[in-house]
Design a protein around this ligand. Structure first.
Ligand code: HEM
Length: 166
């Protein structure tokens, strides 16, 4: 339930952020409306509250987990870049670059969330590369494949009895 809330808030928050960025680039007055300025704060508060709720229920320490720590650091970066894009950026080009970097950062956060690895979108590719190099090593040494290399290279997370991976 909390996870559904978390993922829904994440989707709405990213969609809203993208729309605000588009309005910023087009110099649309809707960017300055009261609703546009208040709604993101409500969504982001719910997003964080649901994350904290999950951590409390699952008794998970975010700093003991690589992917959750990566998510927190990337979230701080996303917030700072968002502030530059919509508030403190002095020139239009600074704002646009900050907005583009914020989009990349939030994309990274989503891939970290799904892969449960601080490597984010690179994790499957690196695991694949490791599997390839391991099986070629095995071919060279004449051994058969053992445990999946992805698990040997970067476990990154463990599982608890409720299926939560940390
Ligand atoms: C912009 C910020 C964030 C976005 C876009 C985001 C996105 C997501 C997404 C898409 C999932 C679902 C992954 C899946 O189905 O496996 C997820 C799960 C989760 N997120 Fe976030 N998240 C954000 C911030 C955070 C923060 C700051 C924390 C806390 C440190 C957090 C903690 C969690 C936890 C505990 C889960 C559940 C993992 C599981 O089911 O094993 N998230 N997040």
């Amino acid at each position: 339930m909390l996870k559904i809330l978390h993922v829904s808030c994440a989707a709405l928050s990213i969609a809203g952020f993208t729309l605000r960025g588009y309005w910023m680039i087009m110099d649309d007055p809707r960017l300055r409306s009261r609703f546009t300025r208040v709604l993101p704060h409500l969504l982001d508060t719910l997003l964080l509250a649901s994350a904290i709720g999950m951590l409390v229920i699952w008794q998970a320490n975010p700093l003991a987990s690589e992917w959750l720590s990566a998510k927190i650091i990337a979230l701080l970066l996303y917030i700072v870049l968002g502030m530059v894009a919509f508030r403190f950026g002095r020139t239009r080009s600074v704002r646009i670059v900050a907005f583009a970097m914020a989009l990349l950062t939030v994309f990274y956060i989503v891939t970290v969330a799904y892969t449960k690895s601080p490597l984010g979108m690179l994790a499957p590719a690196l695991a694949q590369a490791a599997t390839g190099s391991q099986s070629s090593l095995e071919q060279q040494s004449g051994r058969t494949a053992g445990a999946p290399a992805a698990q040997q290279v970067s476990p990154g997370w463990r599982s608890c009895s409720r299926g939560f991976r940390y």
